[in-house]
Design a protein around this ligand. Structure first.
Ligand SMILES: NC(=O)c1ccc[n+]([C@@H]2O[C@H](COP(=O)([O-])OP(=O)(O)OC[C@H]3O[C@@H](n4cnc5c(N)ncnc54)[C@H](OP(=O)(O)O)[C@@H]3O)[C@@H](O)[C@H]2O)c1
Length: 275
């Protein structure tokens, strides 16, 4: 089986790539954008660039594609250009595993199930590019393909296969090591997901005959304040330095309060795969 990992130099993608490399009978190729790549055998590719995308895709012809690409403020461009290039090349036999986000449930009244509708943020909202880029991508995929998996995930945390930590935990350690307080919101609830749990789920989706939409992550939603306090404790720091951040927000720019996820569907699936 031939697998492509787009975003193989990223935080999640590098773990997925490394895990896939260890599976006999899987031939895996990956892409990166910014130098230097994390692995020597990755191909440099700007997914938004039509000709190089086409050349790369035609040369490789994968059975499964993992989309682990993110570009925050340029997410809509990634969807409208990069993902569209992919959708014009992909054949019905090729499966797409697309990593999406809890921000597709931006109405902010979680916990959400996979069958709940996805919604966009107003265009002028500061998070709209990312959130709406993901919503648009999911809609394109559902309209154009049948052989796909969409995995929706909240904040991803922890050390990945190549020793990279998420940016939030890095910031926490940096502050606490210096004996400085750090602030997180106690009114924003999320379903946090360990990077290696996510990578395991993605590899399962690649390796097995599974299609559909899945929410991934831990069982209990937590606020950022609570979660980061627990993380501080686990890292051996004094959680007293983790303080509550202000909940004041600009008018019309409120961050979705509760995008937590029901994750029973994926837990049941993973249990079945292991028995
Ligand atoms: N991290 C989270 O908390 C979180 C939460 C929810 C969902 N997700 C989803 O999980 C997936 C992986 O995220 P991540 O945390 O691993 O992000 P990441 O570390 O920023 O990795 C994203 C990757 O996308 C690549 N990329 C960006 N623009 C590109 C372009 N135009 N052409 C080709 N490659 C491009 C980057 O390549 P270079 O590194 O080489 O520049 C990078 O490797 C994304 O789909 C994201 O939306 C992540």
């Amino acid at each position: 089986m031939k697998v492509f990992v787009f975003g193989a130099s990223g935080y999640v993608g590098s773990s997925v790539y490394k895990r896939l490399k260890e599976i006999p009978k899987v031939s895996v190729s990956g892409t990166y954008l910014d130098e230097p790549p994390l692995f020597d055998d990755l191909t440099r590719l700007d997914i938004n660039e039509p000709e190089s995308f086409s050349d790369f895709y035609k040369a490789e012809q994968p059975d499964v594609i993992v989309w682990s690409v993110m570009s925050g403020p340029q997410e809509q461009q990634l969807t409208e250009q990069g993902l569209m290039h992919l959708l014009t090349h992909i054949t019905p036999e090729t499966k797409l595993v697309y990593i999406s986000s809890d921000y597709v449930y931006s109405a902010g009244k979680g916990p959400y199930s996979e069958t709940d509708p996805v919604t966009t943020l107003p265009d002028e909202h500061k998070l709209s590019n990312y959130a709406n880029g993901k919503v648009k991508a999911e809609r394109f995929i559902a309209n154009e393909l049948t052989n796909y998996v969409i995995v929706r995930v909240g904040p991803v945390f922890g050390e990945n296969q190549i020793g990279k930590m998420d940016e939030r935990t890095d910031r926490l350690s940096y502050h606490l090591r210096a004996g400085k307080a750090i602030h997180f919101r106690d009114d924003l609830f999320r379903t946090f997901c360990h990077v290696e749990d996510l990578a395991e789920v993605i590899v399962e989706m690649v390796s097995n005959d599974i299609v559909g939409v899945f929410n991934a992550g831990s069982t209990e939603p937590k606020s950022f304040y609570e979660f980061m306090g627990l993380t501080a404790e686990q890292l051996g720091f004094d959680p007293g330095f983790v303080e509550k951040a202000s909940e004041e927000e600009e008018v019309d720019q409120e961050i979705p309060k509760n995008t937590s996820l029901h994750t029973e569907k994926i837990k049941e699936l993973m249990k079945q795969q292991k028995t």
